[in-house]
Design a binder for this molecule. Structure first.
Ligand code: KIV
Ligand code: NA
Length: 277
């Protein structure tokens, strides 16, 4: 498959072909996504939770994200690789935001970075990063990095004030130069409205269909434990398979069923005799 580009994503949007995005945080995850033919791989800061075990996305550092992103890069051949810039890595100034975005491009090989939010500061950061030459994906609606300020991990755009804000931020993000926008946890009607207003592709998550979808890989694989968000669809139960496989291995070791001759190396009788001396 040819390598995905921003113009190709725009063509898909224009042709009404849904765009597929999925997260990945390491080499095998990215390989699986790429082999499945997704259009975009997102190294989400959801990795803070699903691979690093933190309670929220806030804790993950730029250095940690760069390790995950580099591994995902090595596993991605065709998909466009987008990396989340973590909380605290762009807030201080435009200069800090550019420095962070450039690190993702240079050190991890990111094709683009994703920034949450659409207030005036965020729009300044998007403009600065885009003019430094790193493409940007916006992210509006529920923005987990600042969920505390939004009153928790809850759907946005359900009240008049919130609906207006989601639309204003999405338009702002586009005008600031983002080539694509993720819309998270908003009513599908708001996403439909955004499709009429915006000219960039809209990627939904818990937001109706948009021009495409994104899901967290570990959620769709069924690795994430506990109750999933309303918008998650599970396509496998890999978490259970992982426990079952390790349990079977442990049972085999304890019963002596593993290892057997087929998993062992053979030596010549002479070598064994010599070693005995
Ligand atoms: O971090 C993430 O996985 C995300 C997607 C859910 C959009 O930002
Ligand atoms: Na994220």
């Amino acid at each position: 498959m040819p390598r995905m580009t921003i113009p190709m994503l725009n063509e898909k949007r224009a042709a009404g072909e849904p765009i597929v995005m999925v997260t990945a945080y390491d080499y095998p995850g990215a390989r699986a996504a790429d082999r499945a033919g997704v259009d975009m791989v997102l190294v989400g800061d959801s990795g803070a939770q699903v691979v690093l075990g933190h309670a929220s996305t806030v804790a993950v550092t730029t250095d940690e994200m760069l390790v995950l992103a580099g591994a995902a890069r090595r596993g991605t051949e065709s998909a466009l690789l987008v990396c989340d810039v973590p909380f605290g890595s762009t807030e201080a100034s435009d200069a800090q935001a550019v420095e962070t975005a450039v690190r993702f491009a240079k050190e991890a090989g990111a094709d683009a970075v994703k920034l949450e939010g659409g207030n005036e500061d965020r729009l300044d950061r998007i403009r600065a990063i885009v003019s430094a030459g790193v493409p940007v994906v916006g992210h509006v609606g529920l923005t987990p990095q600042t969920a505390t300020a939004l009153g928790g991990l809850r759907a946005q755009g359900r009240t008049i004030e919130s609906a207006v804000r989601v639309v204003e931020e999405a338009v702002g993000v586009q005008e600031a130069g983002a080539f694509c926008v993720v819309v998270e946890a908003v009513p599908a009607e708001i996403t439909e409205l955004l499709k009429e207003v915006l000219r960039i592709p809209i990627i939904g998550i818990g937001a109706g269909s948009g021009h495409g979808q994104v899901l967290v890989l570990h959620d769709l694989l069924g690795i994430t434990e506990g109750r999933a968000a309303k918008f998650v669809k599970r396509y496998a139960a890999i978490g259970e398979d992982m426990v079952a496989a390790v349990t079977a291995y442990a049972d085999d070791v304890r019963s002596g069923a593993f290892p057997t001759a087929e998993h062992q190396y053979a030596a010549s009788p002479e070598a064994v005799e010599a070693a005995r001396q």
